[in-house]
Design a protein around this ligand. Structure first.
Ligand SMILES: [Zn+2]
Ligand SMILES: [Zn+2]
Length: 197
């Protein structure tokens, strides 16, 4: 892989380092108990599904009027719809994700009322984000054998090729179900070639 190819993994190095650093700081000294930490991690992980859904539905498919707004939406997501098989646009850039991570951090700290609790929520969120990137990669470039992964792959490819205004969930259809944008997978095969996906 070229240097440019490795560069697209920068967000993974960055958020792994941030999560490990924050985790080390939070576990040193007084903080939540073991059970409290676990529930914060799980809550953070589940909150990723909502973050993913809100961003994908309301920002990444937003019909912007201004030139700069259209460019932002295009760079963030619509370029991926234009060429879903392109690997250089598959992973979210650090420039795009960092403001979202910062906003989440502020919200989590405010809601939890303690920076240590916010750290565990944030680590859960990062785990959800990594799962998303892996599942999204599988949807476009994998041939998963496990039935749930095959289901998610088909669900996301239906979003791309049949219903870009529906089926926004990538890691799960849970929030589509909750907010009325869920549609069943359908029985017909997609009949998409590897390159077309
Ligand atoms: Zn996609
Ligand atoms: Zn989309």
């Amino acid at each position: 892989m070229s240097v440019g190819g490795w560069r697209q993994f920068t967000p993974f190095y960055f958020y792994t380092a941030v999560a490990l650093g924050l985790g080390a700081a939070a576990t040193a000294g007084e903080g939540p108990s073991g059970g409290g930490i676990l529930s914060l991690l799980v809550t953070g992980l589940l909150s990723w599904g909502l973050v993913e859904y809100v961003l994908h539905r309301f920002i990444f498919h937003y019909d912007a009027r201004s030139e700069s707004g259209r460019k932002l939406v295009y760079d963030a997501h619509l370029s991926h719809h234009e060429d879903p098989g392109a690997t250089d646009r598959l992973f979210t850039s650090l420039r795009m994700s960092a403001p979202i991570a910062a906003a989440y951090w502020v919200l989590a700290w405010t809601a939890a009322g303690s920076w240590r609790a916010a750290v565990y929520l944030f680590i859960g969120l990062v785990a959800g984000y990594f799962c998303y990137e892996w599942l999204h990669f599988q949807a476009h470039h994998g041939r998963p054998r496990l039935r749930p992964l095959r289901y998610l792959r088909k669900y996301h490819l239906l979003h791309h090729h049949r219903t870009p205004g529906l089926r926004f969930g990538v890691t799960s259809p849970l929030f589509d179900l909750a907010f009325g944008t869920y549609r069943p997978g359908g029985r017909r095969r997609l009949g998409l070639s590897r390159r077309a996906s």
